[in-house]
Design a binder for this molecule. Structure first.
Ligand code: AMP
Ligand code: ZN
Ligand code: FE
Ligand code: FE
Length: 307
């Protein structure tokens, strides 16, 4: 293992608990093989991936941080049509309020998936919810699983094509899902001992030219503590802007690849599409924040590999 100060980290990883294709254990194995310094598992609206990894993780390897990626509604002051996601790091996976909140989001997904299937059936595709469950039923199901089945059955050529023609926002089989307000997502993350971070700001797709600074200011007032500045889809220019904004608002900087296994075959754990290098120092700053929260509240997560 190389010097940890020079190692890469990846704080945005999906497992089979949501729409990733590797199990939490396989993710731990891959992180070790790739000599990463620290990782976090951040599944959509569930902590089950983090929980499983935490139980299996060996402190003698790399650092592991629990995480979650909560689907939030946009703020009325910042209308946007893209992905408004709040990452929660170092959360206690057994926190009752966090789990109750995630239960509501999971229930909303369970009601939405059959509606999507009904729409696809209405368009003539021979597909059922039972098939989706039989093929991918390990974790929390979403559009990517439906897309994978569409490809598997030969109805479409790729996941991307399935989103572009049927499942993407505004497409004929798209069904909206319930999301919680970002202030609530931030509150439950903090309540569970975690550090809330705005995910991939370049993917928000704002509907107006409202500056991102205004959103960060509002979210910071709700308790936001960080911004995901390093992300495969962030250009060099955007990354520089996000770093400047994080510094201006005194927010932590984080980064990760949004690794989904073979669902996003171009994205590799730890390096994204090849060039991503999220420095270990950002993990250390995140841990300092978690430690300061812990000393104040007497609870929290911190777990690091030994020095
Ligand atoms: P859902 O959680 O069911 O709303 O699905 C959203 C997830 O679908 C995102 O977080 C991505 O992982 C995935 N996704 C969205 N668009 C695409 C796309 N064009 N190709 C592959 N995956 C996508
Ligand atoms: Zn996903
Ligand atoms: Fe996301
Ligand atoms: Fe993600």
């Amino acid at each position: 293992m190389g010097c940890k100060e020079q190692s890469r980290i990846d704080l945005h990883i999906h497992s089979t608990a949501s729409d990733g294709t590797l199990s939490p254990i396989e993710i731990l194995d891959m992180a070790r093989d790739r000599d990463l310094g620290a990782i976090a598992i951040t599944d959509h609206d569930t902590v089950e991936g983090s929980r499983e990894a935490l139980e299996a993780w060996e402190p003698s390897t790399f650092s592991f941080l629990t995480g979650v990626e909560i689907s939030a509604a946009t703020l009325p002051s910042f209308p946007c049509s893209g992905s408004f996601h709040i990452l929660g790091y170092g959360i206690r996976v057994d926190d009752p309020i966090l789990n109750q909140t995630l239960d509501v989001l999971q229930e909303a997904r369970k009601n939405r998936n059959p509606e999507i299937i009904e729409r696809l059936k209405g368009m003539g595709f021979d597909i059922s919810m039972d098939e989706v469950r039989d093929n991918y039923g390990e974790g929390l199901l979403g559009r990517p699983h439906i897309a994978r089945l569409m490809v598997k059955k030969g109805f479409t050529k790729s996941i991307n094509e399935t989103f572009d023609f049927y499942l993407g926002k505004g497409k004929p089989a798209y069904v909206d899902k319930y999301r919680i307000n970002p202030e609530r997502a931030i509150e439950v993350s903090v309540g569970a001992g975690g550090v809330p971070v705005l995910a991939h700001p370049a993917l928000l797709d704002p509907a107006t030219d409202e500056p991102l600074e205004n959103l960060l200011r509002d979210l910071k007032a709700f308790g936001l503590m960080g911004v995901e500045v390093h992300y495969p889809a962030h250009t060099r220019e955007r990354t520089a802007q996000f770093i400047e904004m994080a510094e201006h608002f005194d927010l932590l900087m984080t980064g990760g690849t949004d690794f989904h296994g073979s669902l996003k075959p171009d994205v590799e754990m730890g390096s994204g599409e090849g060039g991503l290098h999220v420095p270990y120092s950002l993990y250390e700053k995140l841990m300092e924040k978690l430690a300061s929260k812990t000393s104040r509240s007497g609870s929290g997560f911190p777990k690091t590999r030994p020095e």
